[in-house]
Unconditional design. Structure first.
Length: 124
């Protein structure tokens, strides 16, 4: 297994539960890997019972959909007043399209947090 890249692909302060996505500038890079390891670092956490979800989405540049139907990072509990870190992965059991993006969402009541996502891409 060869490491292709290790890149900060998301660095945003989020408020609310709306889904946001990695920038289109990372779609080709993320799609170039057979497998992805994700590392989330979250701080400045506020809200009631905040959580973090991250999904891998395949697409053609216009239309995207969840690759697995499950989250790579699923309802990870966030603790206010601290910095937390977690990991997730795309195991490569389904092939990527040429373009891949990550969908990021907070859960809970009135959540707010600064979220950074690092992606490490690997090939067989």
């Amino acid at each position: 297994m060869t490491r292709l890249f290790n890149q900060l692909v998301f660095d945003e302060y989020l408020e609310g539960t709306a889904s946001v996505y990695t920038s289109a500038e990372w779609n080709e890079l993320l799609g170039s890997a057979d497998k992805l390891a994700l590392h989330a670092i979250v701080d400045h956490i506020e809200g009631s019972s905040p959580t973090l979800d991250v999904s891998v989405e395949n697409g053609d540049g216009r239309n995207f959909g969840e690759k697995y139907g499950t989250h790579a990072i699923n309802a990870f509990a966030l603790t206010g007043g601290s910095q937390v870190a977690t990991t997730g992965y795309d195991d490569g059991s389904k092939a990527n399209t040429k373009l891949v993006r990550l969908k990021v969402a907070l859960g809970g009541s009135s959540p707010k947090a600064h979220v950074r996502l690092f992606a490490c891409g690997r090939s067989e």
